[in-house]
Design a protein around this ligand. Sequence first.
Ligand code: FE2
Ligand code: FE2
Length: 306
Amino acid sequence: MRSWDSMEHFEAFLDAGGLVEPHDAMPDPYRQAVFRFIELHANSEYMGGLTERDWIAKAPGLANKLTALAKTQDEIGHAHLLYMVAADMGVKTRDEMTDDLLAGRTTFHNVFHYRAHSWGDQIAIAYLVDAAALASQQAVFKNCSYGPYKRILRRIIAEEGFHMRNGEELLLKMAKGTPQQHEMMQTSLDRWWWPSVQLFGPDSAPDDVLLRWHIKSERNEVLRDRFVNKMVPQLLAAGFTIPDPDLRQDPETGRWTSGEIDWDALKAAISGRGPDSARRLRDARTARHGAAWVRSALDEAAAVPA
Ligand SMILES: [Fe+2]
Ligand SMILES: [Fe+2]
């Protein structure tokens, strides 16, 4: 177990690339900030997994159903791993985190407060949301100072990479499809573009402790700008438009800049006032209730002496 006699020494340890482990005597503000960040990530994986689950039966054709099934397992698996890492920090138990999430006391990413209306929406989610989530996770992984989170992220990122590739493949299929498929895809991109851009959050505060303590390695605006500059050329090349009339390309650098971003929409979503927040939480409560027998059966099996 390591300990530090001052915040200055602790920060010097982080700046030198040190990894903090669960039994270390980490300063409490660091513990709280890292815990909140991992809890938000875990909640988002869980709520995202439930969206995927909704599409197992509805996805067109066996191959897409199998993909939806595999993605559901991946996302729920990510949530399990992250809840374990968070619980080990000793701030809240796993049950307390689940209770808080389902009662609306804690939050999850804005994109999971919207409804997926069509198969096109599912593709837009795989293409835009998985790519945005992957970009933020890669940026955390790069320089993450909390050992267990960094190790778990390696696996999560590998799986998210597959989700993103699957999204790209499906998007291209729709781009080359019938005029109706193209139109359906455009409608979905129009619906999911802004929530995906907003996922990165407003510009990072100059004194953001998550940056100072090497949890995030990039400022929000840098990640957002990189995302826009990756997605815009791909979407235009596939024959789609971007629902941003003020999107501009710098003639010299070729870089794209978004128009004004509606941060109120982000605030409303993450505070539980999004278009689909109430239904999603209700659905998550039903899922937890419906699986109670599985948890008690496993507890009983574990209690039987071998
Ligand atoms: Fe995930
Ligand atoms: Fe994913």
